[in-house]
Design a protein around this ligand. Structure first.
Ligand SMILES: [Zn+2]
Length: 90
């Protein structure tokens, strides 16, 4: 059983502002996230260890996008989203 079996996944987008490392232009981006909502009950066939994990599980958001592209037409640099925050506990 995978941890994902504990959750219902819903895609969502969040707006964020990042500065391009090349041209220094600040732009707004629509960043894709996946909301993992804990299921009402544990899936059948879970082991004792999985039951413990399920009990501790909480809803969270995980970031899907890793890279973004600068919208400046003279730049168009592709760069990593400058944030270590890829998971947000709710
Ligand atoms: Zn740029």
């Amino acid at each position: 059983m995978d941890e994902r079996d504990f959750y219902t996944e819903t895609p969502e987008t969040k707006q964020a502002t990042y500065i391009c490392p090349k041209c220094r232009q600040a732009s707004e981006f629509q960043i894709r996230w996946l909301r993992r909502t804990k299921k009402k009950g544990i899936p059948p066939g879970a082991t004792d260890l999985e039951k413990v994990k399920f009990a501790k599980a909480t809803d969270y958001l995980v970031r899907v996008d890793i890279q973004i592209t600068c919208p400046n037409p003279r730049c168009r640099k592709r760069f990593d989203i400058p944030s270590d925050q890829t998971v947000v506990l709710i």
